[in-house]
Write a protein that binds this ligand. Structure first.
Ligand SMILES: Cc1cc2nc3c(=O)[nH]c(=O)nc-3n(C[C@H](O)[C@H](O)[C@H](O)COP(=O)(O)O)c2cc1C
Length: 145
């Protein structure tokens, strides 16, 4: 069974909720999922052993929250090249974080990224349930492509 890891940062829990929905989509598709907060990852080795790594962070002041920035420097030391990836996050109006994480995963980590990042507004999270689950399913498809 393919294994995916979702690593997220959050301040008020919205990005975590999106991560849980992505996890549901992956599990519907038969993928085993672990989910962990950026601050609980202590060593780049913890990212090894997964077929897909999905990273999520909210946008504050036009940027990703600090915990994800720190984590990306740690993740640089893991061997993620060629692994399947996705990026997501909750936002209010501008939502830069998922795009920046996605670009780092694509250009620096050289991962096989799903079509686009997923950005969901906290206020519309209800309507975004299917989108987030669908994002998980899309990542699962890429695992078998
Ligand atoms: C002080 C502050 C600054 C924020 N700055 C931005 C911003 O620059 N762009 C944006 O899209 N959303 C911004 N937001 C909205 C958050 O991204 C939004 O509330 C999001 O759902 C928080 O996700 P979290 O619960 O995972 O922390 C800001 C929120 C606060 C409280």
């Amino acid at each position: 069974m393919a294994k995916a890891l979702i690593v997220y940062a959050t301040r008020t829990g919205e990005t975590e909720k999106i991560g849980e929905l992505i996890a549901e989509g992956l599990r519907f598709s038969g993928v085993e999922v672990d989910m962990i907060k950026t601050t609980d990852v202590k060593n780049a080795n913890e990212l090894n052993g997964y077929d897909a790594v999905i990273l999520g962070a909210p946008t504050y002041h036009g940027d990703m929250i600090q915990g994800m920035k720190t984590f990306l420097f740690l993740a640089e030391k893991a061997d993620l090249e060629g692994k399947v990836g996705g990026a997501f996050g909750a936002f209010g109006w501008s939502g830069e974080a998922p795009d920046r994480i996605y670009d780092t995963m694509l250009h620096i980590f050289k991962m096989k990224m799903v079509g686009t990042p997923l950005r969901l507004k906290a206020s519309t999270l209800g309507g975004g349930i299917q989108m987030a689950q669908g994002y998980g399913k899309d990542i699962a498809k890429l695992l078998t492509a």
